[in-house]
Design a protein around this ligand. Structure first.
Ligand SMILES: NC(=O)c1ccc[n+]([C@@H]2O[C@H](COP(=O)([O-])OP(=O)(O)OC[C@H]3O[C@@H](n4cnc5c(N)ncnc54)[C@H](OP(=O)(O)O)[C@@H]3O)[C@@H](O)[C@H]2O)c1
Length: 285
């Protein structure tokens, strides 16, 4: 099984593993980590206006020597910039910070009020070629349905918290029916010890001569999801990429599927307190 790329509902292809950059907000940590990721072979890099590292990510991309068409850059509009005009302005700022002419994917960061107006701005940016594709994050089924009712443009993907302890099965099934790719954020459960020392995962890892992180990332791949693990440690940036040389059996996939506790480790898009907290955090200029 190769599974090196996924095909999006707009016909574009995307590498099936990416690199996350949340919390890599210091230049001396972010630039080397993204540089190493690109040298290792990651071609999908995920940032966001909210991560306050677009300039560092852009620096690593520009200095990598890679041709522009050889990497895929995602960024996101933050919730306090929702609304049509505000989103267009926020995109302009992101593009300047990144130092790029276009991005490959522009996402709505959370489903807060105003997302339909922002989506119209994303459609305009796509029409102008400033982003090659558009998508969403943290959308539940009803958010996706609401978007579909107001637009003919489907998101190519929905980036949501997903890992063996929180598997998003109902959402995944719905998105499979709709041909919307699931991109897994916190694919390693943020390095949570409960997950990484889980005996079922440890046993599967030792059967393949792999580590638990690699087994989890392989599980995401085999269920057809794009994981974007983050690490600031060179050894993990490298090891997390070594997931194409082994295959989990059906029994091993089933054993991991059975670990689901349906408990989020981060914010719930339906929780008004969480949304209010996000809305209270504008991005400083
Ligand atoms: N759209 C959204 O709302 C949203 C929300 C959250 C995240 N994201 C995106 O998704 C990306 C990934 O999610 P995340 O950063 O929250 O979590 P993650 O990738 O699941 O976990 C990162 C944490 O795990 C550790 N780690 C990495 N590889 C490991 C391994 N092989 N073994 C043990 N520990 C390991 C890292 O520590 P070291 O640095 O010490 O290796 C780091 O503390 C983010 O960086 C961001 O780009 C999007």
């Amino acid at each position: 099984m190769s599974l090196k790329t996924f095909t999006l509902n707009n016909g574009q292809t995307i590498a099936s593993l990416g690199f996350g950059t949340w919390e890599l907000d210091k230049e001396e940590i972010c630039v080397p980590a993204v540089t190493q990721a690109l040298q290792t072979g990651y071609r999908v890099i995920d940032t966001a206006a909210r991560y306050m590292n677009e300039a560092f990510v852009g620096k690593a991309l520009t200095e990598s020597g890679l041709k522009r068409e050889d990497y895929h850059l995602t960024t996101k509009v933050w919730v306090t910039d929702f609304g049509y005009e505000q989103t267009l302005r926020a995109f302009d700022k992101s593009l300047k910070k990144l130092g790029l002419d276009y991005v490959d994917l522009y996402l709505l960061h959370w489903p807060v009020e105003g997302f339909r107006e922002s989506w119209k701005a994303l459609e305009k940016l796509q029409d102008e070629g400033l982003t090659k594709a558009i998508g969403v994050c943290n959308f539940e089924i009803d958010h996706l349905q609401a978007l579909a009712a107001s637009s003919n443009n489907k998101p190519v993907l929905n980036q949501v918290e997903t890992h063996p302890l929180f598997q998003q099965r109902a959402l995944l099934n719905y998105m499979n029916e709709q041909d919307i790719l699931l991109e897994a954020w916190s694919p390693l459960g943020r390095g949570d010890a409960t997950l990484l020392t889980n005996p079922v995962l440890q046993e599967i890892a030792s059967a393949h001569g792999k580590d638990v992180g690699q087994v989890i990332l392989r599980w995401h791949l085999q269920r057809g999801s794009l994981a974007i693990p983050r690490s600031s440690k060179p050894s993990r940036v490298a090891s997390n990429f070594q997931i194409y040389d082994f295959e989990l059996s059906d029994d091993q996939m089933a054993a991991i599927n059975a670990l689901d506790t349906n408990q989020r480790s981060a914010g719930d898009p339906k929780d008004p307190e969480w949304i209010a907290k996000l809305m209270s955090m504008p991005i400083p200029d």
